[in-house]
Design a protein. Structure first.
Length: 251
């Protein structure tokens, strides 16, 4: 497998609840001041203006549509992470209950209407949220796609794809802010949430298949084989002395 050198602008699409906050630490450790966190400056293609992007930026990471920078950086390399759509919806519901974000429309509606999980999942912006962010792009438009439920496998693939060191695992919970029990799915909830997110589910399985193909072409490096399929919700990454790239972060 031939690794790609990071030479073009790297565009990292952070789909909410898909490990983007933790992956930000990986990017910062690799790129330092070249990493620009774009949360609220440029969201869609119509917002993109060259003067808004800091001079010296080599990677843009944040919440925005995947085509937002197509015109500014036609030679860019796209990367992203995805989660199983049911996990993404349940995680959003749980986190909005435990840590309300009053600037978020869906969170406000959840609290104002005291929505059940199903009712929350039926909100328009919660349905097929990942594919909205991906702006109709197929999996082969991305240089790398991580799968949250296969965190370590994904980091291994990222390291090999871009010829950079892959972080090693340290087993511990990295999201200590969760103190209440996770909501249980009622009868039929899983199937109902899947039906509301059919497009996301199809893209997710394509990303899984691509990860499998990538790993099949790679020999497992020392230190990652034992826990390669571990999810990001159960593992932290060993790294800098501050506790690791993923330690203590929210998805």
């Amino acid at each position: 497998m031939t690794a790609k050198v990071i030479f073009a602008m790297l565009i990292s699409v952070h789909i909410p609840k898909c490990a983007g906050t933790g992956f930000q630490r990986v990017l910062h450790s690799l790129l330092g001041p070249g990493l620009w966190l774009n949360y609220g400056t440029i969201f869609a293609r119509a917002d993109a203006r060259r003067e808004l992007v800091p001079a010296g930026a080599t990677c843009i990471h944040g919440h925005f549509f995947a085509d937002a920078f197509d015109d500014l950086f036609p030679e860019r390399q796209l990367i992203t992470w995805v989660s199983h759509p049911v996990e993404r919806v349940v995680s959003s519901y749980y986190d909005f209950l435990c840590q309300p974000d009053w600037g978020n429309y869906c969170c406000r509606v959840l609290w104002e209407r005291q929505l059940t999980l199903r009712q929350f999942a039926e909100l328009d912006w919660m349905r097929n949220k990942a594919t909205r962010y991906l702006a109709g792009k197929p999996t082969d438009a991305f240089a790398f796609i991580g799968v949250t439920e296969r965190c370590l496998d994904s980091l291994q693939a990222f390291g090999r794809t871009f010829a950079v060191p892959a972080p090693l695992p340290r087993r511990e919970r990295f999201n200590p802010v969760r103190t209440a029990p996770r909501p249980e799915l009622g009868d039929g909830d899983y199937e109902h949430l899947l039906a509301l997110n059919a497009a996301d589910l199809a893209w997710y399985w394509q990303a899984q298949a691509r990860l499998e193909n990538t790993l099949a072409r790679m020999a497992p490096p020392s230190g990652l084989a034992e826990a390669g399929a571990g999810g990001c919700d159960r593992l932290a990454m060993a790294g800098p002395p501050d506790g690791g790239w993923w330690a203590g972060s929210s998805l």
